[in-house]
Design a protein around this ligand. Structure first.
Ligand code: AMP
Length: 463
């Protein structure tokens, strides 16, 4: 049980004030465990799923440790990079830095985010003014190192966030290069949703006698996410998706596809059918991605179709539903995908549409999460009776009608902490306003100058 308060964690008044303003009342389990260890100076290997509050788990003690060095001095020399947070994607980088900024707002500590896909020159002047906390994607950080626009010789704290995804995305060589440039004497914290052997090796290479903490079984999925599977022919997926979207009262739904092509096609089709839908993937410009995400977060778009990499790290308050239009071939990706919902104690729904050729992946997923996911009976068809339509090859009974509805109850493991069962109450400032879903939207957002120019950066290549 987690009965401790933020005050019990000995955080400074300026941090506590920022937390109150963020609407946080009690630490999440990962925060309660990690904060004292980080304050003690231990290296940390933390197994925490997205949505558990892991950002604050490293950011709060980081700020607390850097507070004595904070200064109102305008001199860049007085604001060297003292903490480096490496993350796999731009979206996560933006979110992590926004959190750091919110928690640091009553201190003189400065933070900045740098990532690829935007003109590096727009970032350099900000770096030159001096920042204590730098959030970066590995590729772009190396670009800055090469251009000598950043110095890392005073880094005393390193965070590798979503380390498993950084490895999946091939960032290992970049990480090694960056780590070789950091002072040996430092504290390193590694966060990962899944624990593979590769992650264990990484922790052996980069951490010194790390303390291991886990808030949920590794590779497990959150207890407050209801998972369902529809076994369905590939050709019927679109109709089923539309039915699910119409039939659900979820105000926002994130839909995953395997490819950028399917994501774009699906968004176009749904849009034609009257859904406020948009797609987010690696072929979209940074500006388009930020606009699409903005519109979704504000509730102007009801359905966001995403590929794995583009959706990584998305933190959307109260996201009620995730649909896997195609399930991933890597079972870990399933854990990441459905972790977009059910965040910070809220309940969520994760629905997967599984074609016969995908069933082998479903079995792999169930093995990883040690759970049999409930098979749902097909929804009654609303469109004209099949006989009235020209039959399509994939809509033959073996795929469509003979859905093996097993109705296996979702196996439950004991709840780790009552906190997870409590409905999540966001602060008023973060509440999502949702207009009717079928109005196509033309999102307008006030974008920082940083995002306005775009330049491809191969080291941040995605999906
Ligand atoms: P994270 O796992 O860091 O991505 O956090 C997921 C969400 O939980 C974010 O929207 C945070 O703002 C929120 N959050 C983090 N810590 C707390 C807390 N102690 N109380 C309430 N919400 C929190």
């Amino acid at each position: 049980m987690n009965n401790i308060s933020f005050e019990d964690l000995n955080l400074a008044p300026e941090i506590l004030r920022a937390l109150t303003e963020s609407g946080y009342t009690v630490p999440t389990p990962i925060q309660a465990q990690a904060i004292p260890l980080v304050l003690e100076g231990c290296d940390l290997m933390a197994g925490a799923q997205t949505g558990t509050g892991k950002t604050a788990a490293f950011a709060l003690p980081m700020l607390q440790k850097l507070l004595p060095l904070a200064t109102p001095s305008p001199s860049p020399a007085r604001h060297p990079v003292r903490a480096l947070i490496l993350v796999p994607t731009r979206e996560l980088a933006i979110q992590v830095e926004a959190s750091v900024q919110a928690y640091a707002k009553h201190s003189h500590l400065r933070s900045l985010v740098v990532f690829g896909g935007v003109d590096i020159k727009t970032q350099t002047p900000h770096l030159r003014t001096g920042v204590e906390i730098l959030v970066a994607t590995p590729g772009r950080l190396l670009d800055h190192i090469e251009q000598k626009t950043v110095q890392l010789n005073q880094v005393q704290m390193l965070v590798l966030d979503e380390a498993d995804r950084m490895l999946d995305m091939g960032f290992m060589p970049d990480l090694k290069r960056i780590l070789a440039l950091l002072p040996k004497q430092r504290q390193t914290l590694m966060f990962s949703a899944t624990f593979s052997n590769e992650i264990k090796r990484l922790s052996e290479d980069f951490l010194v006698s790390p303390r291991l903490i886990e808030v949920a079984r590794s590779n497990a999925t959150s207890e407050n996410i209801t998972q369902k599977v529809y076994l369905v022919g590939h050709a019927e997926k679109h109709d089923l998706l539309a039915q699910l979207l119409r039939g659900s009262d979820a105000k926002q739904t994130l839909v995953f596809t395997k490819t950028k092509l399917t994501a774009s096609r699906l968004a176009r089709q749904l849009h034609r059918e009257g859904f406020a839908a948009d797609a987010i993937h690696g072929d979209k410009s940074q500006l388009e991605r930020i606009q699409a995400l903005d519109a979704f977060k504000q509730g102007k778009t009801a359905v966001l179709i995403a590929t794995d990499v583009a959706a990584r790290g998305l933190d959307i308050d109260h996201l009620p539903m995730v649909i896997n239009y195609e399930i991933p071939s890597a079972p870990e990706d399933y854990v990441h995908r459905i972790g977009r919902t059910g965040r910070a104690g809220a309940s969520g729904m994760a629905v997967s549409l599984v074609a016969p050729e995908e069933e082998k992946y479903l079995l792999e997923i169930e093995k990883l999460i040690k759970t049999t996911i409930q098979r749902e009976a097909p929804l009654p068809t609303r469109s004209p009776a099949p006989a009235a339509r020209a039959p399509r090859a994939e809509s033959r009974p073996e795929h469509h009608v003979h859905i093996r509805a097993q109705h296996t109850p979702v196996s439950k493991t004991p709840v780790h902490d009552a906190w997870f069962n409590k409905p999540y109450e966001p602060s008023a400032s973060t509440r999502v306003v949702t207009p009717p879903r079928d109005l196509p939207s033309k999102p307008k957002s006030q974008l920082p100058a940083l995002f306005m120019r775009r330049k491809a950066n191969p080291s941040d290549a995605e999906d």
